[in-house]
Design a protein around this ligand. Structure first.
Ligand code: ADP
Length: 217
């Protein structure tokens, strides 16, 4: 991605993207499930953290990302949404994301109430899959294992993990209040990956079928 300041002009779609949000605390398994869904034709998975990580770390945006994420903090809202909008728009141009055929599975965005507001013009949220886990310790363990496997600087440090958890509770959980309660579907994230996937498919397949049949406008 270029070093220039992202701008929204040109990246606002004529029709908002038909979307399902994958929602949950760090370590809940959004990335794992999103990546599986993203391999099924008819679904397009976009993880905001991956978009950030694809930026050159020496660029202006890359430096902003490193500065915030290494403390376990969120990147400021406007920068985040503009960067995300540009990235997803680029995928529509490349045609690997076809908004009239592919159900967009968003993971890690919106992550604040302000982001949810800024994203209204971009996404039409059909459902929110909330990967829930009451067991904080189990999530910490998952994050630590992932940090070792993926060489992630933000999850290697216990304090950074704790901070990420606090930020989730304070800034991200309230996002659920921005949407109708009947759009929210809770899934127990501590189940086996196959069971969690099964529960998610129950929600997303009927939406993708409708989109494909042209029944969602
Ligand atoms: P995880 O899924 O483990 O919570 P991500 O890979 O989604 O982590 O994000 C890593 C880091 O990228 C976050 O800690 C944050 O600094 C930044 N980030 C990702 N998504 C957003 C977002 N929507 N808003 C602000 N910052 C974000």
């Amino acid at each position: 991605m270029s070093d220039s300041t992202p701008h929204s002009a040109g990246s606002v779609p004529a029709e908002p993207y038909t979307t399902v949000l994958l929602f949950g605390a760090p370590g809940a398994g959004k990335g794992t499930q999103g990546a599986i869904l993203g391999r099924i034709p008819g679904f397009y998975h976009c993880a905001c953290g991956d978009v950030f990580r694809s930026i050159d770390i020496t660029s202006r945006l890359g430096k902003i990302f490193y500065e915030y994420s290494s403390r376990g903090e969120l990147v400021p809202d406007e920068v985040t949404v503009e960067m995300w909008a540009e990235a997803i728009h680029a995928h529509t141009i490349l045609s690997d994301f076809k908004p009239t055929k592919d159900l967009l599975i968003l993971d890690g965005i919106p992550r604040t109430v302000a982001q949810a507001g800024l994203m209204h013009k971009y996404i039409d949220v059909q459902k929110i899959v909330h990967l829930k886990c009451e067991n904080e310790q189990a999530m910490f363990e998952r994050l630590r294992r992932r940090a070792l496997k993926q060489n992630r600087f933000d999850d290697a440090d216990e304090n950074v993990i704790r901070n990420r958890w606090r930020v989730y509770e304070e800034e991200t959980e309230p996002v659920l209040g921005c949407y109708d309660a009947d759009l929210i579907f809770n899934v127990d994230s501590i189940g086996s990956p196959a069971q969690v996937l099964h529960d998610i498919l129950d929600v997303v397949v009927p939406i993708q079928d409708k989109l494909f049949a042209g029944e969602i406008d």
